[in-house]
Design a protein around this ligand. Structure first.
Ligand code: SAH
Ligand code: SF4
Length: 380
């Protein structure tokens, strides 16, 4: 796997400390080499931080005292701190994590049998404005750093382990934000998730979800091996333009070709997960199901139906269980592997598309939407 160029500041500048949480193995090796240390120090430090959950340099006993002193003067280990933790009745956990400037992001843990899935955010808000998404409706503030992304995994993992509540076995980049718009930071964080010295998760169990940023999907294919989910949500361009505005730039034809190409030269049979949010009367009829079958022909795809999760002021409603089941049956009959996602964490607003955090919206979208609602126009 490749790594983006490490973003390491000159270690001599005490004011510009290197945040060790920003470094994947390659970047950490580069960093240690740049300060005259052996590359294996990188493995040792990554193990301490990510495997053992240690943020105290003095506890890193296999490093010499002088190296620890140097690291104390030149590095830091800053990640978002837990502001609030919510436990749902169904075992789902949601953490509100505070960033340095005061904005908050959310991460969610969903246990199911021997699996524990963590849903991680990649940005504060999202600029893409999908019409059915609470994050999109809130606007965009900024990208998260690698430290802030992997810091969500660190906080969740070590808080769960400490309290005997389970363990992160799967990560989905399905929290706030479009991960492919924050490519380098997300890639470094995912490299740590699958690295055996860090979290050691299988490449099949780390999933990036994108609304369809086609050029970056090809870049991801070349630089990583993780699983891919695509937020499809509509079987034709007209409807998809309305639901996922990014479709106007990368329409279904090019998006589906990118899906076809994603696992083409990889070993083993792998499938792209097509996410499809079920919106009552909008995209959930048998005609839509049949169109979906047609466009997915020849693509190694499985389908994940997501019952819409409502949020304040949305114009959409969740499809009825009958409509969802009928849709699923039609797809299954055509041979498409189709699952309906269980909604979890409903009582703590922890479901897909409900993560909103608490942040200043630089795009002023909230204001514009409120004004449009007052003027009687639809949302923008
Ligand atoms: N930006 C990325 C990843 C974050 S969204 C993407 O769009 O894929 C994660 C998933 O939640 C996406 O499939 C998204 O379409 C879905 N989602 C967003 N809002 C939702 C809502 N209100 N109800 C159900 N799913 C939603
Ligand atoms: Fe952004 Fe994904 Fe929400 Fe669309 S669905 S607004 S891409 S977070």
């Amino acid at each position: 796997m490749t790594s983006p160029q490490p973003n390491t500041a000159a270690p001599a500048e005490a004011a510009k400390r290197v945040n060790l949480f920003n470094l994947d193995l390659a970047a950490m090796q580069y960093y240690f080499a740049s300060v005259g240390e052996k590359p294996f120090r990188a493995q040792q430090v990554i193990k301490w931080i990510h495997q053992q959950g240690i943020r105290d340099l003095d506890a890193m006993t296999n490093l010499s005292k002088s190296l620890r002193d140097t690291l104390k003067q030149t590095t830091c280990m800053d990640i978002p701190e837990i502001a609030l933790e919510h436990a749902s009745k169904d075992g789902t956990y949601k953490w509100l994590l505070r960033l340095k400037e005061g904005n908050c992001i959310e991460a969610v843990y969903i246990p199911e049998g021997d699996r524990g899935t963590l849903c991680v955010s990649s940005q504060v808000g999202c600029a893409l404005n999908c019409s059915f998404c609470a994050t999109g409706a809130q606007g965009f503030n900024r990208d998260l750093s690698t430290a802030e992304i992997i810091g969500q995994v660190w906080q969740a993992q070590h808080s769960l382990l400490k309290n005997g509540l389970g363990k992160v076995t799967n990560v989905v980049m399905m929290g706030m934000g479009e991960p492919l718009l924050n490519f380098d930071n997300v890639l470094r964080a995912m490299n740590l998730m699958v690295n055996d010295f860090a979290y050691g998760l299988s490449k099949y169990k780390v999933t990036l979800s994108t609304s369809g940023l086609v050029p970056k999907m090809y870049e991801l294919r070349d630089k990583s091996d993780v699983a891919l989910a695509v937020s499809l949500h509509a079987p034709n361009d007209e409807l998809r333009n309305e639901l996922v505005p990014l479709n106007k730039k990368y329409p279904l034809k090019v998006l589906l070709q990118a899906c076809k190409d994603y696992f083409k030269d990889k070993t083993g049979k792998r499938y792209v997960t097509m996410e499809y949010v079920m919106l009552d009367g909008v995209n959930d009829t048998p005609t839509h199901a049949r169109q979906l079958i047609t466009i997915l022909q020849g693509i190694p795809a499985k389908v994940n139906l997501i019952p819409f999760n409502p949020f304040p002021n949305t114009k959409y409603k969740r499809s009825s269980p009958e409509a969802i089941d009928r849709f699923r049956q039609i797809l299954m009959k055509s041979g498409l592997n189709t699952m309906t996602r269980k909604t979890r964490g409903d009582d703590i607003d922890a479901a897909c598309g409900q993560l909103a955090g608490d942040f200043k919206d630089r795009t002023r979208r909230r204001e514009r939407n409120e004004k449009a609602a007052i003027d009687g126009h639809s949302r923008t």
